[in-house]
Design a protein around this ligand. Structure first.
Ligand code: ADP
Ligand code: MG
Length: 691
């Protein structure tokens, strides 16, 4: 319909207006005769061509034509016309369009009509195109369309909307400005922190040259900034702290120093101050922060003193308590003996004697431990092959800790000999393994390791022992480990975390004293949940271990004419003495041993032994029964007489003892004992004759 109307109205000449979308239709339908442009048939060829071009273009374009500046535009430009469309078509550009959007553009339009191409970039225009007023930006050129005579017939306006780009740029600019502001604020904050920090802050080169310090340095150490910057920080470090400080500094390149490292720096007045340092290495610089802790350390010193006093108090209290009990046992027994002797009941005397002797023995053991702790025990250091010693104890230790905790002994065969008292070292090793066992209630493993250790000057300082060569003996467990506050106290006598009756708190204190007295050291490495290593360092012996074995000692032992020999193993010397008397009365030779380890060494040697008389409760890692069983591996016919208290019957498996083993329960009468020994020796002789 519209097409017919336009065709009628425009005739042949208006054929160029075919198509062109909405604006094509509107232009065709428009009553151009009522405008200064006149009816379409009268339009110039130039105008017709340009109208055809803008209608077929996908780019926003408009024409401002003729002396009255009449407006024509295309579909592509519609989005930017807003409320002005469709009333914008055919109206006067300057009066009806620009007035509404940007009246200040009028002079530019007139300049273009004088023949100048006027280009405008990112021109902001605010108008309503989506139902509200909004700002958009455009770039466009007023391009003059000139006649042959040079006069301007009209203007062509290609338009590009640049709102998206412009707003993006504006956003970016704003963002940049805020960022800049943030950087400024942050820098100011950092600067404030640098100026006001209570810690000593420093930036140093990787070589340790100070590059920047904050004012706190001057406040705490008295040095001015210029006296510090450019100097190696080591120049201000306490000479005794130099090497560990260098180590700490070197470690920063691998990982940030988080746990404060403590050392001393020289004040300008020559005195020293303590600091706790943390630091990182970033962007090629070392950043360090030091907290002034001189006062804290001096307080800490007071605390240490008071803890020491507490430990001494605990020691004295513990001792008094233990000795009191032992004294009660001894004096009570003496009183009872006196009464019984007055009453003529001599049989009872023996029993009280045993009680008194037991108590004395325990008192002696306690004294021994204390002497060990106070480093005043009598040590008999000998060149010792510690690896062999540890291996020799493996079986006994394994038996002590039980099958749930495998015990491994690791040691190079070429470990140096150490100068140490062997039985004391055995005792220490056993104690460490028992501690390890106690720390592994749910099982785990124990590794005993020996190694050669060369302590250079630094290591020696760290371990607080003279520089030189050492042999280390360490016991590692996979147990509970210890928190630092426990580690700090374990060497105190009577310090124990075990329930009353289970721990004496004397094991480690004794080991500490022993190690110190042996001119060695003991160190603990432990982490909660990770396990513990206790390491004993012993000075190297330059020379060979004299192979002074038990066999040689035994060679000197007395032998009976007939050759019968009795081995007596008891930790109580008076008991050994009594039995020796009996044995010698029988014309036999006696060999005495005070503990199971020594006893077993004799039993495993080739010395003749016709009878073993042994206590059941024995020091040295095995009870009498275990020792006897071990001996029978090499001496299957060995006769054994156990001496036992009632409580030990279970250990013995009494009642089902193998052939050739007998029991005598304590207390026993001398003649009873003599009769038993005689009959057993005779039995042995008889057996030998028949064999
Ligand atoms: P005790 O064994 O009688 O408690 P010690 O002097 O041998 O006395 O040990 C003191 C304390 O040290 C123990 O109570 C325990 O808290 C701790 N300790 C020692 N060895 C270990 C270990 N291997 N693992 C964990 N804690 C241990
Ligand atoms: Mg212990």
């Amino acid at each position: 319909m519209a097409r017919q109307t336009v065709a009628d109205a425009t005739g042949q000449k208006a054929a160029f207006l075919a198509g062109g979308g909405e604006m094509g239709a509107r232009i065709r339908a428009y009553d151009w005769a009522s405008t200064p442009l006149g009816p379409v048939e009268g339009w110039s060829q130039t105008l017709c061509t340009l109208v055809q071009i803008i209608l077929s273009s996908a780019h926003p374009m408009l024409l401002v034509w003729g002396s009255e500046r009449i407006v024509l535009y295309n579909d592509a430009s519609l989005p930017m016309w807003g409320g002005i469309h469709p009333s914008g078509l055919g109206v006067r550009y300057l009066r009806d369009v620009l007035q509404e959007i940007r009246g200040d553009l009028g002079p530019l339009v007139e300049r273009a009509f004088k023949g100048e191409t006027v280009h405008l970039s990112n021109l902001p225009v605010t108008f309503n195109r989506h139902g509200y007023m909004e700002e958009s930006t455009y770039s466009f050129s007023y391009t003059p369309v000139t006649r042959m005579d040079g006069t301007v017939e009209g203007l062509l306006l290609p338009i590009i909307e640049t709102s998206g780009q412009v707003f993006a740029e504006r956003k970016l600019r704003e963002l940049n400005e805020t960022l800049e502001q943030q950087v400024i604020t942050r820098t100011a904050e950092l600067d404030r922190a640098w100026q006001l920090s209570q810690e000593l802050l420093a930036v140093a080169s990787p070589k340790g040259v100070i590059e920047a310090v904050n004012p706190m340095w001057t406040a705490v150490l008295g040095w001015e900034r210029h006296e510090l910057v450019g100097q190696p920080f080591m120049d201000f470090t306490h000479p005794d702290d130099l090497e560990p400080t260098l180590d700490a500094f070197a470690s920063i390149f691998e990982r940030p120093l988080v746990t404060p490292y403590e050392n001393r720096y020289r004040h300008k007045d020559g005195s020293y101050r303590w600091f706790g340092w943390t630091g990182t290495f970033e962007n090629g610089k070392v950043y360090a922060s030091g907290r002034h802790i001189t006062v804290e350390r001096e307080q800490a010193e007071v605390l240490r003193q008071s803890q020491k006093m507490e430990a001494v108090g605990q020691l004295t209290g513990g001792l008094a308590h233990d000795f009191n009990n032992l004294l009660a046992g001894i004096s009570g027994s003496l009183e009872m003996m006196q009464t019984r002797i007055q009453q003529g009941r001599f049989n009872d005397v023996e029993r009280y004697m045993t009680v008194a002797q037991g108590a004395s023995k325990r008192a002696a053991a306690l004294t021994h431990r204390l002497l060990a702790f106070s480093r005043r025990q009598t040590l008999d250091p000998k060149p010792t092959d510690v690896t062999r010693l540890a291996m020799g104890m493996q079986e006994m230790i394994q038996r002590t800790v039980g099958p749930g905790i495998p015990v491994e002994v690791v040691g190079a065969t070429t470990t140096w000999p150490a100068l140490v008292d062997p039985p004391q070292l055995e005792n220490a090793l056993l104690n460490l393994c028992i501690n390890a066992r106690d720390a592994m209630p749910d099982g785990g493993s124990i590794t005993i390791e020996t190694a050669n250790k060369w302590m250079d000057e630094r290591a020696a300082r760290q371990h607080d022992i003279p520089e030189g060569q050492y042999l280390s003996l360490s016991v590692t467990d996979t147990g509970t480990g210890m928190p630092p506050e426990v580690i700090a106290r374990v060497f105190e006598p009577f310090f124990t975390t075990k329930p009353i009756g289970e721990g004496t708190g004397l094991g480690l204190s004794m080991i500490y004293g022993f190690a110190q007295q042996s001119e060695g050291q003991v160190r603990i490495y432990s982490e909660v949940g990770q396990g513990t290593t206790v390491c004993i360092y012993l000075p190297r012996h330059y020379g060979m271990v004299e192979d002074e074995t038990v066999a040689e000692r035994i060679a000197d032992l007395p032998r009976s004419k007939d050759g019968e020999t009795v081995l007596i193993v008891d930790d109580e010397p008076s008991v050994r003495m009594l039995i020796t008397d009996i044995v010698e009365d029988l014309g036999c030779a006696a060999i005495e041993a005070g503990d199971s380890a020594t006893g077993l060494k004799v039993l495993r040697s080739d010395v003749r032994i016709d009878l073993l008389v042994t206590d059941v409760g024995l020091p040295g890692g095995m009870n009498g029964r275990q020792m006897a069983d071990a001996a029978r591996v090499v001496r299957p016919d060995l006769k054994v007489l156990f001496i036992t208290g009632y409580a030990e019957n279970a250990v013995l498996g009494a009642g089902k003892l193998p052939l050739g083993m007998a029991v005598l329960t304590k207390p026993f009468a001398m003649d009873q004992m003599a009769a038993r020994i005689r009959s057993m020796i005779e039995g042995a002789k008889e057996q030998a004759r028949r064999a």
